[in-house]
Ligand binder design. Structure first.
Ligand code: KG4
Ligand code: ZN
Length: 357
């Protein structure tokens, strides 16, 4: 097809302006998602089929159930994304798919779909790191809206999701230095586990946030793991402290003050995430901070970052914080512009870290 965006604009393509129209596919965890993004910025369509209700009955993600659901949902979701963008495969420049990290049995469903589409259409295939996708969600905007202040480099990025808590110095497009990460539970995992302790709904993040609204964040003095001001995180001690408090209250046959417990736990997580991010931004002299991943949907965390004025803070809109495929398509545009092309031998990379990029 001679009129793809790339063929029309070959001489203008750059990482600051990654001209490409990419279909993104995401199946790394419990969301089956597909989206079309133009130039790394404009979301032409985004479809997400969440499995949350299905997994809620188990109180967590069941990998085999997840992969079976992805198989059922993937075709209609890709179809929905293409129809939503009013495009056919021939109108696109490439197919980006999450290669990792994630659940192996879930990743392969998206990868196989992407390979099938690439073979059928002749389009290039691009394997994308899920965490890089979360970062690039900060460049996206809905059709008809403007991204007023795109992130500037170097920037300090905090990725907080169900599987990861990472502090990353992003020196330029696609150039990362990993400063630290969690030594045990990820921030989202801690929210999910503490929610279970408090018998709140799954997923735990939104449930804790809702319960905390009526609570006093200073009611309980839960520990903050500063780890000698390193850029690593640890949330397992905090989780155990909440468990001990709950056990003690149960022994005394006191009703659980869930709102106070939720608010105090949330305050402890937010304080550590905020403090370490600011510390790193100061050390590396960045002007911008980017917060992404499912936990960046948290209202208390967002308010903490936006209430300081020293750094320009970029947090994606709520719809782009939790897993979606627009972020994969968005990152795909940048990878495409950088010349990445993967072959059909590409396999899932369930433990792929950002340090390997
Ligand atoms: O990025 P994501 O959708 O999936 C992974 O890549 O893991 O993140 C999911 C995580 C879950 O642990 C969920 O509890 C958490 O994000 N989360 C929140 C909130 N919304 C989702 N955590 C705190 N507050 C929220 N509002
Ligand atoms: Zn994620």
């Amino acid at each position: 097809m001679a009129d793809t965006l790339v063929e029309e604009n070959l001489d203008k393509n750059s990482l600051d302006n990654p001209i490409a129209r990419i279909l993104g596919i995401e199946t790394s965890c419990d969301e089956t998602a597909a989206a079309v993004v133009e130039n790394g910025r404009e979301i032409l369509s985004s479809a997400v089929a969440s499995q949350v209700d299905l997994h809620a009955q188990f109180g967590g993600i069941f990998p085999e159930v997840a992969s079976r659901q992805h198989i059922l949902a993937i075709y209609p979701i890709v179809d929905q994304a293409l129809k939503g963008a009013h495009l056919k495969l021939a109108d696109l420049d490439g197919i980006a798919v999450t290669r990792g990290p994630g659940l192996p049995g879930s990743l392969v469903v998206g990868i196989n779909m992407a390979k099938g589409l690439a073979i059928g259409s002749g389009l290039p295939l691009l394997g994308i790191n899920h965490l890089e996708g979360h970062l690039y969600s900060a460049w996206l905007r809905e059709v008809g809206t403007k991204l007023k202040n795109p992130p500037r480099f170097p920037l300090l990025a905090l990725i907080v999701s169900g599987g990861h808590s990472e502090l990353i110095l992003m020196k330029d497009h696609l150039v990362y230095e990993r400063l630290g990460g969690t030594l045990d539970d990820a921030a989202g995992e801690a929210f999910d586990k503490v929610a279970r302790l408090l018998e709140l709904a799954y997923p735990g993040g939104p449930a804790i946030q809702a319960a905390a609204v009526e609570g006093n964040p200073a009611a309980y003095e839960f520990p903050r793991a500063w780890l000698d001001d390193s850029y690593n995180f640890s949330f397992s001690g905090l989780k155990t402290a909440v468990l001990r408090t709950v056990q003690q209250l149960e022994k005394q046959k006191s009703p659980l003050p869930k709102a106070d417990l939720a608010a105090s736990f949330q305050a402890a997580v937010v304080e550590v995430l905020f403090h370490k991010t600011i510390l790193a931004a100061e050390e590396f002299g960045t002007k911008d901070i980017l917060v992404a991943g499912g936990v960046s949907a948290n209202k208390a965390l967002r308010e903490k970052f936006t209430s300081q004025k020293k750094y320009r803070v970029h947090i994606p809109p709520l719809s782009l914080c939790t897993d979606n495929a627009a972020m994969i398509a968005g990152a795909g545009c940048f990878r495409f512009a950088a010349g990445q092309r993967d072959d059909l031998e590409m396999d899932a990379a369930p433990t792929w870290t950002i340090a390997e990029l």
